[in-house]
Ligand binder design. Structure first.
Ligand SMILES: CC(=O)CC(=O)SCCNC(=O)CCNC(=O)[C@H](O)C(C)(C)COP(=O)(O)OP(=O)(O)OC[C@H]1O[C@@H](n2cnc3c(N)ncnc32)[C@H](O)[C@@H]1OP(=O)(O)O
Ligand SMILES: NC(=O)C1=CN([C@@H]2O[C@H](COP(=O)(O)OP(=O)(O)OC[C@H]3O[C@@H](n4cnc5c(N)ncnc54)[C@H](OP(=O)(O)O)[C@@H]3O)[C@@H](O)[C@H]2O)C=CC1
Length: 293
């Protein structure tokens, strides 16, 4: 039997966490947003307000809806602030050890009947579920970036996920006005299994000197009608996240065609992670983005 979700916890207040809190609050849920950094929480709340305001100017929502959505969200840097949530969505960094530690600590305080979901881009849901005390109430709910705009959410069942958890998650996503694609639990699921090798290939195209950053992005924007060029999109997703996804594909499918491009590794090692650090394949520190190669 499907459970009733009223209160939603979101762990991690980066670009995905603030987007998920935004759409859940707008969907009428009570939201508790958690991060280890109080500064991050402050800037996440400012981002949510900015994106809600943008939606008002585009006549998607009203001022009353903005106020109500903000009133639905509270922020906490304590994990036990999520103890009475019905559903907790983990959206911290794409690192398995960090996620496992979060689930370990969360299970110690979260009410036993609550569902735990991960917004992971690539990591095995079955393996993450096994690090919790409730694998049958664990599921992948994978939102796309930017969350307030993208229509799709992937749902991924682990081997133990029960029907009630799946049905409850489906109803939750539908209430946010999003469409669902169901994916089997394979590395990087559907969207990233297809999208990330394309981005990685674009980085190889740059690495091998086939084209420069501008040429590669223009080629795919104007020649294939992609809304963003692949290098611009990589910067938007975050180069650390792109590299983690390629590593999961490479290790999980044991096929050399998923080998992360050495240039991607170099950018991540430099701390040039894309828009979030103001530098990646473009430098965002000036008025206009400038290609870095
Ligand atoms: C890595 C993973 O695990 C999975 C993933 O998410 S992969 C990434 C998937 N996402 C994509 O591929 C995005 C590709 N890019 C796009 O679709 C578009 O460029 C875009 C929607 C991001 C922006 O579109 P645009 O036309 O260039 O920009 P713009 O006109 O300024 O904005 C369009 C809309 O996006 C909204 N928007 C843009 N950036 C936003 C952001 N960072 N946060 C919230 N909303 C945003 C704007 O408010 C606007 O919405 P409304 O018109 O409804 O008000
Ligand atoms: N970027 C994208 O396009 C998409 C990403 N995803 C997935 O969503 C997740 C988050 O990605 P994204 O939002 O881009 O990443 P960000 O780097 O923007 O945000 C991650 C946030 O999690 C915080 N964090 C780190 N450790 C913890 C912890 N132990 N407890 C609570 N918060 C923590 C980080 O804080 P601090 O910075 O202080 O370390 C940061 O605020 C990843 O799993 C990613 O794969 C899914 C779909 C799309």
């Amino acid at each position: 039997m499907a459970l009733t979700i009223k209160k939603v916890g979101v762990i991690g207040s980066g670009q995905m966490g603030n987007g998920i809190a935004h759409v859940a609050a707008l969907g009428g849920f009570t939201v508790v947003l958690n991060d280890i950094s109080a500064d991050r929480l402050k800037s996440a709340m400012a981002t949510i307000n900015g994106n809600l305001t943008r939606q008002i100017s585009r006549k998607i929502i009203t001022e009353d809806q903005r106020k109500q959505a903000l009133a639905n969200i509270t922020a906490t840097d304590r994990l036990d602030g999520l103890a009475d949530c019905d559903l907790v969505i983990e959206t911290a960094v794409e690192k398995e050890d960090v996620k496992r530690k979060i689930f370990h600590d969360l299970c110690a305080t979260l009410k036993p009947e609550a569902i735990i979901a991960s917004n992971t881009s690539s990591i095995s849901i079955t393996r993450l579920a096994a690090s919790t005390d409730r694998p049958e109430r664990f599921i992948g709910i994978h939102f796309m970036n930017p969350v307030p705009v993208m229509e799709l959410v992937e749902l991924i069942r682990g081997i133990a996920t029960d029907d009630a958890t799946f049905e409850t998650s489906k109803a939750f996503v539908a209430k946010l006005g999003k469409q669902i694609a169901v994916s089997e639990d394979f590395p990087a699921f559907i969207v990233n299994r297809i999208l990330l090798p394309m981005i990685n290939e674009a980085i190889y195209t740059l690495y091998e000197g086939v084209g420069n950053v501008e040429a590669i992005d223009a080629a795919m924007r104007l020649g294939a009608h992609h809304p963003m060029g692949p290098l611009e999109l990589a910067d938007f997703i975050g180069l650390d996240t792109c590299l983690s996804i390629m590593q999961v594909l490479h290790e999980g499918l044991a096929d050399s065609k998923y080998r992360p491009c050495p240039l991607l590794v170099k950018y991540v090692e430099a701390g040039w992670l894309g828009r979030k650090t103001s530098r990646g394949f473009y430098d965002y520190r000036g008025e206009k983005p400038v290609p870095t190669r």
